[in-house]
Structure formats: structure tokens, C-alpha cells
Ligand binder design. Sequence first.
Ligand code: FAD
Ligand code: NAD
Length: 467
Amino acid sequence: MAKFDVIFIGSGPGGYVGAIRCAQLGLKTAVIEKDETFGGTCLNVGCIPSKALLESSEFYHLAGHDAAAHGVKISKLEFDLTSMLSRKEKIVKDFTNGISFLFKKNKIESYKGTGKILNPGLVQVTAANGTKTELEATSIICATGSVPIQLPFLKFDEKQIVSSTGALALTKVPNELIVVGGGVIGLELGSVWQRLGAKVTVLEYADRICPMMDYQTINILKKSLEKQGMKFITKAKVTGSEIKAPKVELTYEDLESQTIKKLSGDVVLVSTGRKPFSDNLGLEELGVKKDPRGVVLVDQHFQTNIPGIYAIGDLIPGPMLAHKAEEEGVALAEQLAGQAGHINYATVPSVIYTFPEVASVGLSEEQAKEKEIPFAVGTFPFIANGRAKALGTTEGQVKIITDTRSDKIIGGHIVGPRASELLGEIVIAMEFGGSSEDLARSFHAHPTLNEVVREAALAVDKRARQM
Ligand code: FAD
Ligand code: NAD
């Protein structure tokens, strides 16, 4: 029987990055993956294909709406959805093949099949043809990720009632797309299809979209998306659906007026969150503790209540994000190799790749209030920035939140052009325990969008210069 120091079950960002770090540290490592390709949700049906379609559709939208302002004339503008989808598929394939290459390069053994933990130290792999192989390992790491939540009255057929996976592969632009759930997936994939011509209506249960994010920041995004044509119905509890070919009719309760309403569309995207996936992994038989939502509970070393069995990524508490899964894989690998890997959960960035983008780290204003932290806020708009003007994208602002007792940055929220890239500066400042003064005193090349970050840092102390 093959014997390893570490076996990862699941090859998403948690599993594949963790396995590479284990191998780099000299641990004999194997990865088990049930799907045909490596890379998990992120590479196959998540981060990468969604960003590919967001870029293509934004390209089309900008060509149609903004090129003329730059003096660029396009006489006949059209898009070819088949090419857009093939481009997305090629990007996915390049990355998933890249993981196979990285496994070979790092001498990581890979097994295709479903992994099940029979006992601490013993894993069974069942291949697609039914062949079973047993493997031994000192440490077994569950990195089996998450799957979309399915509502009982909206079963996915991935054609008309779709999860994110179906929404990434529609072969025709729907005339009317209804999005159930105004979170990250709803806004990103709703944007893709809206830019390509669909009328998009978002039904959100809460009183606002993206309820966990900084209110002022999300409100700026909401207004911008409304200007682009997206409709939002909040306080809407969807209770039923009926196929009335070729349409789907949804029934929802308007929680404000307490009346029942109907809405029809060609396609319904259900994006009401994801749930941890640990079916057939053997955890129940072994008595591994989970919370009522199926989240696997671990200690600060990612170990479950059963010694030798660990879990990382979407399977455990915390935001379901690829970079969080990756960092957990790395920290655990380093701990298993006797090093001091650790994660600072206060600085996990999160991004919504809409136009404009939203990027956040740390506490929102609402969370700072709730925690009774004395705080100061500095904001600065992109409209006053030379680079943003040159780009022709001046919507949005940067907001920096500091603890007034120390000036230490406790939150950063950007809505605007390239927010995802700009946030990095605030994340690093927070990681180093930095203050708004530190950001304000650091050189920022001119003219760059980053100058808005510095101005927001200056605004904390009411000394922004350019407004
Ligand atoms: P996963 O990536 O889900 O990988 C788990 C793997 O385990 C899968 O390959 C699965 O097949 C395998 N597996 C499960 N059970 C078994 C078993 N018993 N045996 C063998 N293999 C098994 N995050 C971001 O940070 N940025 C983004 O832009 C972003 N965009 C997203 C867009 C969409 C549409 C979606 C759905 C998600 C997005 N995410 C994004 C979230 C991100 O994809 C996840 O947080 C991340 O993939 C979690 O990594 P993981 O390693 O925990 O699990
Ligand atoms: P989400 O948690 O971001 O949003 C779900 C939304 O649906 C919430 O606003 C919630 O209030 C609402 N909701 C829940 N039940 C509802 C119901 N019955 N009717 C109407 N609304 C309802 O979840 P998601 O958008 O499905 O994304 C899942 C996960 O994938 C997230 O945790 C996210 O971190 C990850 N993801 C990240 C990115 C990114 O980083 N850019 C992109 C896509 C997905």
C-alpha cells in the first residue's frame, strides 16, 4: 500500500496550493480528485471562468458605450457568444492542465477518484470504473470545498433554472434573467448577461444587496448598476416557481407590503449562497464534528476533533474565498512540517468584480460601530483623480477606517475602477499594523489611481489635498 506523509482530498485552491507547499517542504504528498480536471470550483466553474466572461462582456460594453468618448469610432459592433465561451473554456483548460504540470514538477502523486477516509491514517480512492485503492498517510486533509445551495422549489436543471455553473455556460443570451440572491455571484454573473443584452432583475431576501459589506460602498455600486439597467427588488422572499414554457414564473412575498407577487423570466439564476461539501467522505462514520450547516469544525491548527484529520477552505468556517483556502493550505503545510504557518483573518480581502469593482478588507463602518471601536473615516472620490479622468471612469470612492486611539487602519473599502488591484496597498498596510499616516506619507506615483487611496488616508485627518 502506498504511504504518504500527507494526503489532500480535493484539488481546489486549498488542496493544490497546500499540496505544493507540503512537497516544497519535503513531505511525501498525494492529492485525490473526483472530477475529471484538477483545480476545484475556482478554476473549473468559479473565479477563473467568471472573470473571463466578465472581462469579455466588459470589453463589449466599453466598446459600445465609452469608445466614442475617447474618439474611437466603431461602425458595427457585435459579439460572438460562441467565441466568448470558447475563450473562457481555453483559459480554464490552460489553468487546469497547469495544475497537472505543477503536481508532476513537485513530485506530488495524484489519484483520480472519490476519496473516503476509512480510519485516521487510511483513505480509500474509488475510481470512475469502480476500482478501489487504499492509501496510508500520517495526515489527511479534507479540502472538498462547497457546492451551490439549492432551494426546494427551484431545482437546478442548469438550462432554465441555473446555478453559477449553468450561468457560466448559457449558449443564448436570455431576454429576461431573474437573479435570486443579490450577493457576489448574482451581481457578477448578472452583470455578464446584462452587458450582453439581458434585462436583469435581482430578487434579494434582505433589505439590501450584499448585506455583509460596507453599506455606503455597496450603495454606490447599487446606484451604478441601476444606471446600467439592473433592477433590484429587496425584501423579497421567493416561495415558488412554475415553468410556463418558454418562461419560468416565480412567486415571491414582498416582505414590506406582505403581499404575494409574481415575476417571469427566461432564465433564473439561483445564487443564494454555497454550502460545504463533504458527502461520502466518511466524516460522519468517524464522528468528525460539524455545525448544523455542515461546516467542519477545526482548531487553530486546522485539526478536526479526530487527531490526524484536518480540514481547510470552503469546508471550514470563514469566507468562501479562493485566497483564504490557499492561505489555509499553506499555513497547514508549514505547521505539518514543523514551521509556524498562520493566518491573519483580519486582513482577508474580498472583491466583487462588477463595474465598478468593489474591494474590501477589515471592518465596515457598521461592524466598527457594533464592536464599539472609536473610529475615524476618510473618503476620497475618484472624480478628482487625474488618472481616473484619463481613463474616463470616475465613479466611486476609497474609504479608510481607522481606530482613533492609534490611527491604525481597521478597514478599507473601495468602489471604483480597478478596486481589486488598489486594495492590495491597504491590505499590506494592515498586515504591517499600519496607520493612515503611514499611507499618507508614502510616495504614490502621479498620476495613478493609488493616489485616491493616499487622499482617503489624508482625509482621515481632514487634510486631503486635492478637494
Ligand atoms: P473547491 O475549489 O471547491 O475544491 C474542492 C475540490 O474537491 C473539488 O475539485 C471537488 O471535486 C473535490 N472533491 C470533493 N469531494 C471529493 C472527494 N470525496 N474525493 C475527491 N475529491 C473531492 N473566490 C475568490 O476568492 N475570488 C473569486 O473571484 C471567486 N469567484 C467565484 C465565482 C464563482 C461562480 C464561484 C462558484 C465561486 C467563486 N469563488 C471565488 C469562490 C472559490 O471558488 C472558492 O472559495 C474556492 O474554490 C474554495 O476552494 P477549496 O479548495 O476549499 O474548494
Ligand atoms: P452570497 O452569500 O454572496 O449571497 C447570497 C445572497 O442571497 C445574500 O445577499 C442573501 O441575503 C441572499 N439570499 C439568501 N437566501 C435567499 C432567498 N431565499 N431569496 C433571496 N435571496 C436570498 O452567496 P453567492 O453569491 O451565492 O456566493 C457564494 C460564495 O461564493 C460566496 O461566499 C462568495 O464568497 C463566493 N464567491 C466569491 C466571489 C468573489 O470573490 N468575487 C465571486 C463569486 C462567489
